[in-house]
Every structure is written in C-alpha cells, then in structure tokens.
Design a protein around this ligand. Structure first.
Ligand SMILES: [Zn+2]
Length: 377
C-alpha cells in the first residue's frame, strides 16, 4: 500500500504515529459532508494502510527485580489500519510478567503467531511457562504455537544449552504436581493429556555468521544471526512492508574484553543495516569495572553499552534505537548486589550516553509498554 492516500498522510506522517484517531475522525466528518461516496472509497484505502508496532513488553534489569518492571521481551505486530496492525503478532523473549504486559495491550497468548528466543538466560525465558500454560488452559485444542530458537549447543564448559528441551519440558513441574492431569480431567476434549508442551511447535536452527531466514508468514519474514553473549545466543530481524526491526537481545562483541573497537556485536550491526528500528539490551557505561560498581567484569563486558549502541545505530542507519533491559534500571539504588557509582540513573543519563555517540535518530529509553509505530511504505 502506498502512502499516497490523503488519510494516510494525515494520520501517519509523524515519526511516532499514535494509536488514537481523533484528528482523523474530525477530518472524516468534515469530508463526509462534502462527499459520502468519495469518503467511503478513501476509508477503504486508509484501512488497508500497512503498519508495524514494536512494543517493549518488559524492560527489567535482568534476573533481579525492580519496581514491577517485567522481564525482557518485545512484541512486534504487523497488519493494517483495519486490524490495528495486529494481523501477525510475534513475541521476542518472554521474561517474567510478559503475559501481564500483553494483557494490557489486549493481546492474549492464543493470539500470538510465534515466540522467538534470543537465548536461554532465565530472565528472557521465565515467563514462557505462564504463557503456554494459559494457552493450553483456554485454547488447549490448538493450534500449536511456533517457537523459534537456536539448536542445541555444547558449551566450552561441557554442558548443553537446549531450547528444544526447555520447550519440551516446559510443563513438567505441573505434570509432576498433578495439575495437568487435574485440568485435563476437567475438560478432556479441550485440554491435551500432555499439557502445555503439546501445543508447542519448536523450530530450531543452527546459528550462522550471516543472516538466514528462520520463519515467515505472508509478508512477514524473520531472519537470524549468531551473536555473542552466552552460547546459542542469536539476534533477529523482522522484515515487513511497513518497516523492519532488529531485536539484538543481550548481544555483545565477540572480543569479550578490551581492547576492542566496540562493545556491540558486529553480527547485529550486519543484521541491522538499513533497518528502521533497533531494540537492544543495554548497560550504562558507569557500571564498568574500573568505575567502582564492583560488577563482575564478564557480566559487564558481555553486554552492549548505551554509547556503543548509539554508534552502531548510527552506522547502521537506523531511525530508532529502543533501549531495553536497562542495567541498571532507572531509579534503582543498586543493580543486584552492585553499587551504581554516582547514585541512581535517570532517563536523561541513558539518553546522554547514547547522544555522546553522535546518533541523531530517535532514542527511546525503554519503559514497559513503550511503543513505536511505523506507517506503511
Ligand atoms: Zn542474558
């Protein structure tokens, strides 16, 4: 759909296209008086305008909790004005409280088309049991949900990181407690005997150094690339006719310690070339080991700093940088057991850290449910 209709230009010319439509409605009424026939044709055109909405479903600071923030996750919705950009709904990572945030958006587990995991750290996965159990409970007859993640990989320390085992065994605690049998017995036609895992279609792929297609539905295509954080970590790009978004996850540079050109991932940068939006976990430079936070060096260095992310977004030509999974959270006195040198950080502190990079695009310092909507091209 081209953005050549008058309505589209009226509604969606702003970079941040808001979900409301009062200006549109007033305008519609005015035009209706002039020509009802022309209006109905134009509305049909406007309703078909494609759009994408990227929403942070959780921006919390990691395994720890702070002030009710949900764990990391991003919802990408694509569609057109007639379905409020909601024909396709993809969830990237499912941190603690994801279903609660989704419910605030009017999105329920059964409506998701796919779930994608960047990595198996619990702060990115611990909301998944809740999500699929709810799905099984109310929509137990299916269909299955696609869950996309990297294939099993043996760590250099000789244990296996396995997304496929995670999804296969996601309901095991509730099988052991008898809850799955209990709920199945209450409604055997609509709830499978095997529990939530019966409703998952796990799609795994071998992470590569170049982007590869891992999922698609109609106009929506998702590609992935290997990135460094823990073994099996991957980053994703969602391509739609209305715009594109890269979900970096917790990616950092392959060189795990300085000296290095950047804390950001070369692979994510490759994936992000020319994208509209980059969503990325971040750590504030103030937490660096030489600044007195006391944070473990490895835990600092495997994240991307806000300043380096700004530089990467600039090089990639991104229009928006959405910071999420802020370490530390805005206003927090401490990051887990560690000090925050200089005291709690503000939104402005993160913004300033990005601006130091020279990035001149839109900076969104993430809070739960922060959204960016893109108009159709
Ligand atoms: Zn992580």
């Amino acid at each position: 759909m081209k953005r050549d209709s008058l309505f589209c230009a009226t509604r969606c010319s702003g970079l941040l296209c808001l979900l409301g439509g009062s200006r549109f409605n007033q305008f519609s009424i005015a035009v209706a008086i002039v020509s009802g026939i022309w209006l109905s044709a134009a509305v049909a055109t406007a309703h078909a305008a494609q759009c994408v909405i990227v929403t942070l479903t959780g921006t919390g600071p990691g395994p720890g909790v702070f002030n009710g923030l949900a764990g990391p996750g991003t919802l990408v919705r694509y569609g057109d004005d007639s379905n409020n950009c909601g024909a396709v709904k993809l969830q990237f990572d499912v941190g603690r409280g994801t279903t609660l945030r989704l419910s605030q958006l009017g999105v329920f587990p059964a409506q998701l088309n796919g779930v994608f995991f960047t990595h198996m750290h619990t702060d990115h996965t611990e909301g998944f049991a809740d999500l699929v159990t709810l799905r099984w409970f109310f929509n137990g007859a299916g269909p299955k949900i696609d869950v996309v993640c990297s294939s099993d990989i043996v760590s250099p320390r000789d244990f296996t990181v396995s997304c496929s085992k995670f999804t296969t065994h996601i309901g095991d605690a509730f099988i052991q407690s008898g809850e799955v049998a209990q709920r199945h017995s209450e409604d055997p036609k609509n709830r499978t005997a095997g529990g939530p895992a019966d409703l998952i279609h796990t799609i795994t792929f071998e992470p590569k150094e170049e982007p590869q297609g891992v999922w698609s539905s109609g106009d929506v295509k998702v590609s992935a690339i290997r990135s460094t954080h823990i073994v099996g970590h991957v980053s994703y790009r969602v391509e739609t006719p209305a715009g594109s978004v890269v979900i970096g996850g917790d990616a950092g540079n392959d060189a795990l310690t300085p000296p290095r050109a950047s804390s950001t991932s070369d692979q994510v940068e490759k994936l992000a070339k020319g994208t509209d939006i980059i969503v990325h976990s971040t750590i504030h430079p103030i937490m660096a080991p030489d600044k007195g936070s006391g944070m473990f060096a490895y835990a600092f260095y495997r994240q991307s700093t806000a300043t380096d992310l700004g530089a990467m977004a600039k090089r990639a030509g991104a229009k928006y940088l959405m910071l999420t999974h802020l370490i530390p959270a805005i206003g927090a006195e401490r990051q887990g057991p560690w000090n925050i040198p200089g005291g709690p950080l503000t939104e402005a502190d993160y913004r300033k850290a990005v601006e130091e990079s020279g990035f001149t695009g839109n900076i969104i310092v993430g809070t739960d449910l922060a959204s960016v909507r893109l108009p159709g091209n």
